[in-house]
Design a protein around this ligand. Sequence first.
Ligand code: ADP
Ligand code: MG
Length: 462
Amino acid sequence: MTPPSSSSREVWSAVLGRLQLEVARHNFDTWLKDTVGLESRGEGFVVGVPSAFVAECLEKRMGPLVDQALKRQTGRDWKIRYEVVGQGPVAAPATALSVSAPSGRGRRPGREFKEPGAALNPRYTFDTFVVGKANRFAHAAAIAVAERPGSEYNPLFIHAGVGLGKTHLLHAIGHSVAEQGQRFLYASAEHFTNDFVTALRENRVEAFRDKYRQTDVLLIDDIQFIAGKEHSRESFFHTFNDLHTSGKQIVITSDSRPKSIPLLEERLSSRFEGGLTADINPPDLETRMAILGAKADQAGVHLKDDVVEMLARKFLRNVRELEGGLNKLLAMSQMGHRSIDLALAQQAVVDIQSDPVRVRTYHPTDIIGIVASYYGLTPEGLAASTRKQNVAHARQVAAYLLRQQTARSLADIGRLLGDRGHSTVLRAHAKIAALIDVNSDLRRQIGEICDALDRRAARSAS
Ligand code: ADP
Ligand code: MG
């Protein structure tokens, strides 16, 4: 079927709904979130993107994945063309390059450091954060810190599994301090590390120091990324100590408690004593229902109670999964021009669960262990340097799943797979991503591996 050009926007929204379920969230947010369907004519489908950089990355890194998603959505092949239309709402295909700057996430050899506020997601505020038993303490601590930065809980250390609202709370603190006219700096630990490495290379360590020290509130996301990187860790300690000594607020998030990041704990332990550690657990049913209701409201949709409860019962591990379920349902309703009822919601759940690659949050060690044993190898065997076809295949599958299902950086994944470079991981991921839609045997393999991962996750949750 050929969608009339007026519906290109809807078709693309639905494609984004699919991709959101398949692509790691940071990738989705960086490359896909701000794209829009512009028109379809003949073989061609035109997608508006905010910058030439995004267009290039989508073509190079995600080409096959995006092609397949559009094909599955419409039932036919398209030639996708990306057109730069700048950021913000897009009314019509633009011909000229927009003057608005690219989002700044690109790895350009930057002179200037990223505008601090630029990284905050406008939707991640305290207003949109639903409070329940599992996150009440962390939420209260975040509010206290946002209201009186630097005075009570310093540092605040929030830890939780993937998709439970750490980044949301960190951004909410950023919004709130900015409203009070205070300076803040938000950076993922990975960004901090990259910044530091660039500064070293370009002899700009002083500028780097100044940047991170001239702030009232330092928000560092996913500190676990820093754990294995000695120089960056060192630099972080110094920054941390300087800020802390001068009474500036520091908030850190992590996927695990400070004690399980030994080197961090050791160096900072005396500092942590004056601070507060808060964790977030997976939300209970009632909170999951409240979150679904709130997200549906934000999307301008009313969901009946039976639909909310059914979805909340199905997606229980984290909020990200829950959102994935809701997005799928909204996309199905929009595409099929169907109103949302229990039957459609059940279909959405079945659709997601029969997808060979689902939104899940697995531990990297589990992924490596299960992929290895699925292909008759040990984890060490999987990482060994050999060109044997079966080992290489297993390793590519592992790279694919690690990238798809965890928030690890390419460099980390490369290390886990036997000290391989990040481009090797990228290539492996692209290869499997391209094959998965055309090769039913591979689809079955990955489905079976995901099932085994599910069973493992269910066992450790019970
Ligand atoms: P984390 O950083 O812990 O991996 P995020 O903060 O990215 O998780 O949260 C994942 C998604 O779930 C985000 O879209 C976020 O807005 C949403 N979310 C998480 N917790 C809540 C909550 N309590 N209320 C509303 N939305 C939430
Ligand atoms: Mg996060």
